[in-house]
Design a protein around this ligand. Structure first.
Ligand SMILES: [Zn+2]
Length: 420
C-alpha cells in the first residue's frame, strides 16, 4: 500500500511537470523573434522540435492566418503579441489561440496586402528548429527580373539577360535603363553591410555583433559619398534585418550600381587572429585555404539568416550568380588593392595582398565588387576598436578613399560597357 501510494505521488508530479505551460505536446517554444523592416517583416518561431504549418490570407481587412501543428499555446508564444512594434510596416497586430488540441492558430492583422513565405529551417549554428514567416509586400515580391520587365519564367528572364551575361558587348536594354550613363554623370556606389536580423555574423568576446558594427561603418561611407560630387549611394540594408546573399547582388543590379562593396568584420576560433583583409571573387579557386574558409563562413549567412530555397527567385538567382566574368574580377582586384593600401596606412593587415575566393555576394556579372573584412571582431583589442566611432570613421574613410582612387584611375566597368 505504501509503495503504491509512493508511485501515485511520483506519477502525479510527473503529470504536473508535463502540464507546465511551456511544454507542448510536440515541440517546446524556445524563442519568438520579430524583425520588422521596409523590405519585409520576418517572424521566427524557434522550437526544440520540428513544426509544420498551413496558412491562408483573408481580405477585408487583410489578415494572415497560420495554423502551426505540433504546438500548444505557451507563455513564450503569447509574447509574440507584445513583440509586434507599432511601426512595423506590415503587421498591425497579432493574436494567438489554441485552435485544436495540437494546433495553435496565429492571426496577423495586416497594414497592407502581403505575399507570405512560410518555411522551416533545420537546426544550424546557435539555433534549434525554426519556423519562419516572411511577409513581403504583395505588389512588389522579391524578383530578380530587371526593372520594368516582368519575369514570367526563368527562361524569359535568362533570354532577357543573355546579352548582359554574355560579356563585354552589352546593349543598354539588358540592364535596367533607369539612369543615363554618359560620362560626367554620377557613379552609384552599392554598400552592403553584411548579415543582419537572424544572422548576427561573428560575435566578439565582449558581445559585439558583426551585423551592428558593419551597418555603422557602411553608414559612415554613405555620408562620405553623399558629400562627394557625382556620387550616389544605395544600401542593401539600412536596418537590422536579414537580406539573403543573392538578394544583395540583385538589389545592386536593379539599382544599376557601378560598384559593390560588402562590409564585414572577421571572426575566428582563437582571439589572436587580427587585421583587416580585402577579398574579391576568384575565377579559379581560392587564393588560400584560409580565403576559402572565409568564403565558406560568409556564404553560410543564408543558412543562419534563413532563406526559402524553394522559391523561383532563389533558383533564378543561383543561375545568375554563376556568370561572373574575368573583366569583372580584374576591375574588382584593382579597386580592392587600392582599398587594402588605404586601410594598411593605419591598421594592421591580416594579409598584405587582396585575397580571392568564391563569395556569393561578390558574384555580380558586371559590377566590380569587393568584400572588406574591417578587423577581427573575435580579437578583444580589435573588437574594442570597432566599438569606437573614431575607428569606424577611419575604416569608412579608408574604404571610401580606396574606391575614389580606383574611380579616378579607371572608369567603372559598367559604364564602359554601356558606352560600347
Ligand atoms: Zn561577415
Amino acid at each position: 500500500m505504501t509503495a503504491r501510494r509512493q508511485f501515485l505521488v511520483q506519477t502525479s508530479s510527473l503529470l504536473l511537470l508535463l502540464a507546465a505551460p511551456d511544454i507542448a505536446r510536440g515541440a517546446t517554444m524556445v524563442a519568438v523573434r520579430v524583425w520588422p523592416a521596409s523590405d519585409y517583416t520576418r517572424v521566427t518561431l524557434e522550437s526544440d522540435g520540428a513544426l509544420s504549418a498551413t496558412h491562408f490570407l483573408v481580405t477585408g481587412p487583410d489578415r494572415l492566418v497560420i495554423d502551426v501543428k505540433g504546438l500548444e499555446l505557451s507563455d513564450r508564444l503569447r509574447q509574440l503579441v507584445a513583440k509586434i512594434r507599432p511601426d512595423d510596416p506590415y503587421i498591425a497586430d497579432a493574436r494567438v489561440a489554441q485552435f485544436a488540441p495540437d494546433v495553435v492558430r496565429i492571426v496577423f492583422d495586416l497594414k497592407r496586402a502581403v505575399k507570405p513565405q512560410v518555411f522551416t529551417l533545420p537546426p544550424v549554428a546557435a539555433y534549434q528548429n525554426r519556423m519562419v514567416f516572411d511577409l513581403y509586400p504583395a505588389e512588389a515580391a522579391p524578383v530578380v527580373a530587371a526593372a520594368g520587365s516582368p519575369r514570367d519564367s526563368l527562361g524569359d528572364w535568362l533570354r532577357a539577360h543573355r546579352s548582359q551575361l554574355d560579356g563585354d558587348n552589352v546593349v543598354a536594354t539588358a540592364a535596367p535603363p533607369r539612369r543615363d550613363r554618359r560620362p560626367g554623370h554620377s557613379v552609384l556606389l552599392a554598400l552592403d553591410p553584411g548579415h543582419g536580423g537572424e544572422d548576427p555574423g561573428a560575435t566578439g568576446p565582449g558581445g559585439t555583433h558583426e551585423k551592428d558594427v558593419v551597418l555603422l561603418i557602411a553608414r559612415h561611407i554613405r555620408e562620405l559619398a553623399l558629400r562627394t560630387p557625382n556620387m550616389r549611394v544605395m544600401m542593401t540594408r539600412d536596418s537590422d534585418f536579414f537580406v539573403p546573399l543573392w538578394n544583395r547582388v540583385q538589389k545592386a543590379q536593379q539599382a544599376n550600381a557601378d560598384l559593390f562593396t560588402s562590409v564585414h568584420a572577421d571572426g575566428w576560433y582563437t582571439p589572436q587572429a587580427r587585421g583587416a583583409s580585402v577579398y574579391c571573387l576568384s575565377e579559379h579557386g581560392a587564393s588560400s585555404v584560409e580565403a576559402r574558409m572565409m568564403a565558406q563562413r560568409e556564404n553560410a549567412a543564408d543558412a543562419v539568416g534563413g532563406i526559402d530555397i524553394h522559391t523561383q527567385d532563389y533558383q533564378v538567382a543561383k543561375v545568375m550568380l554563376d556568370m561572373s566574368t574575368a573583366a569583372q574580377i580584374n576591375a574588382s582586384l584593382k579597386m580592392a588593392s587600392r582599398t587594402l593600401q588605404q586601410i594598411g596606412d593605419f591598421a594592421h593587415l591580416h594579409a598584405n595582398q587582396v585575397q580571392q575566393a568564391g563569395f556569393v555576394v561578390l558574384k555580380s556579372p558586371s559590377v566590380p565588387s569587393m568584400l572588406v573584412e574591417t578587423a577581427f571582431i573575435s580579437n578583444p583589442e580589435e573588437e574594442a576598436r570597432l566599438q569606437t566611432p573614431a575607428y569606424r570613421h577611419k575604416v569608412a574613410r579608408a574604404i571610401f578613399d580606396g574606391i575614389r582612387e580606383y574611380l579616378a584611375t579607371r572608369p567603372p566597368l559598367a559604364r564602359r560597357r554601356t558606352l560600347a
